[in-house]
Design a protein around this ligand. Sequence first.
Ligand code: SF4
Length: 83
Amino acid sequence: MDKHPQAQVRYRRGFASDQCGKCTMYRKADGQYGTCTDVNGQITAYGVCDIFKGLVNPFGRLPQHERIMRANWHHHRMLSGTR
Ligand code: SF4
């Protein structure tokens, strides 16, 4: 399967709750950048894109402050039309 170009999935700065470092498709490498199984090019753990898929947290639910931050961020993205 061909990987998506970064622009196609709007790769951009991530947020505390949603970022490549917490995505099932991120692959860490030595140095500042890693790779992604589905998006081309260098990927920093601090970015995010439209096909983000969060890892399951083995320690259970997110803490309340992080659930609130995530809900606010998704709400803002819906209002601003940036998903
Ligand atoms: S958020 Fe997007 S670019 Fe980042 S690891 Fe996940 S799929 Fe890849």
